[in-house]
Write a protein that binds this ligand. Structure first.
Ligand SMILES: *[C@@H]1O[C@H](CO)[C@@H](O)[C@H](O)[C@H]1NC(C)=O
Length: 397
């Protein structure tokens, strides 16, 4: 640009050559151009310097970004490694579960001393209960669930159904706080009956509480919760009268659900080959307690801490003096027996079965054992289901 200007000026000067008049102007312009060139030189230098600085800065950030990328890469690798390890552990757990089932825990009999003393007194008086003397005759242990049958569906998600092992009649306790139960002459009648048309409704004097009712030999045993106490009622299903009742020895401030997944049930009554049992919780204990009750008088004869946790338990049943506690998860998955307690200490850890129920996606509100048929009557999310059990003999030590 400067060269072009000089050229133009030279042309002008040629036209007026010989005239000294313009010499001063020429000098002036030349000085101005020199000054402009100097300043441009400075700008050039400055811009060079800026360029160098910018390059350095870019280099620095490049190194920094590379470092960040590397760290990101290692983090990613670590995460992938962890993922693979978690997968492997999950597969191993699955494998172990199928190949070599986790041992159910087996509680040791933990008798409460003063009750035991009472038992001795009783024995000395020669009035040992018929039920108790049969204890040693019963040596069955559940080995598998060999079949299941869905019989019917009722509207209520929770309830109890059971078959009287003596009379073979079937009883439906629909819901957890009702006072009318339904009697059928057989399972077939129940499954074929539209609504409750073919049943005999039986109105109890007070509503039952929870899913812990039991029926044996023409009597309904159920728990009421009134005036801050839990009371076990014995109701004659033929005569329609309450024949006895007893306050259950649990402080009301204490009483908590016996199974954490079925909060309505404070006491669960069970009838088996040996008589009447009650499963319950006390305030201090995180585990399920067991009491043996006299079927006639409702006396409590003996008590144990089963050491089976209440947490995640949904139900339990008693077979031949052995308690089987059934566990599930809050989002119902597969029910399984994971804790076993034998009052006679005859079930060892090795032979205690890990029983999985057939895969269904509800949760059991109750499971009632029928000792005559060796069936479980289950109420699973509104469905009435029969589970058929296979038995083996306890190892006698
Ligand atoms: C059973 O209980 C459910 C829910 O509480 C109720 O809707 C249904 O009518 C009851 N069925 C009978 C036969 O009582």
């Amino acid at each position: 640009m400067v060269v072009a200007l000089l050229f133009c000026l030279a042309m002008v000067l040629n036209l007026t050559s010989g005239q000294y008049y313009y010499q001063g102007l020429m000098d002036y312009l030349e000085n101005r151009f020199l000054a402009i060139e100097d300043r441009m030189l400075i700008w050039h230098e400055q811009s060079n310097r800026y360029n160098v600085e910018l390059r350095d800065f870019k280099k620095m950030t490049a190194v920094f970004i590379e470092g960040l990328n590397q760290e990101h890469g290692t983090l990613r690798q670590d995460l992938e490694g962890t993922g693979v390890r978690v997968d492997r552990v999950e597969r191993e757990i699955d494998y172990i579960e199928t190949q070599n089932p986790a041992r159910p825990c087996v509680g040791q009999a933990d008798r409460i001393v003063d009750v035991e003393v009472k038992m001795h007194e009783k024995a000395e008086q020669g009035k040992e209960e018929d039920g108790y003397s049969r204890v040693s005759d019963c040596v069955d242990i559940v080995s598998t669930i060999r079949a299941m049958k869905i019989v019917k569906r009722m509207d209520s998600p929770k309830g109890t159904w059971t078959k009287d092992a003596r009379s073979s009649k079937v009883y439906i306790f629909n819901g957890t706080a009702e006072d009318t139960l339904y009697e059928f002459t057989s399972v077939l009648d129940f499954s074929a009956s539209p609504e409750m048309a073919d049943s005999r409704p039986i109105r109890l004097p007070s509503p039952w509480s929870g899913t812990g009712s039991a029926v044996f030999n023409g009597f309904a045993y159920y728990v009421t919760e009134e005036a801050k106490e839990l009371r076990v009622m014995k109701y004659d299903l033929v005569d329609g009268t309450v024949t006895d009742s007893a306050v259950f020895p649990v402080e009301v401030a204490d009483h908590r659900p016996v199974y954490s997944l079925n909060t309505e049930t404070a006491v669960d009554l069970a009838a088996d080959e040996e008589g009447l049992w009650a499963l319950y919780a006390t305030g201090e204990s995180e585990s399920i307690n067991l009491a043996k009750m006299d079927m006639d008088s409702l006396d409590i004869e003996q008590m144990w801490d089963t050491r089976c946790p209440r947490e995640n338990a949904e139900a339990a049943f008693v077979v031949c003096g052995t308690v089987y506690v059934v566990y599930n998860t809050r989002v119902p998955s597969r029910s399984r027996v994971q804790c076993v307690f034998d009052v006679n200490d005859m079930v060892t850890i090795e032979e205690a079965p890990l029983l999985y129920f057939p895969r269904r996606y509800g949760a059991h509100a109750s499971l009632k054992y029928n000792p005559q048929e060796k069936y479980l009557y289950g109420w699973d999310d509104g469905y009435q289901i029969i589970y058929k059990l296979s038995m083996k003999k306890k190892l006698l030590v």
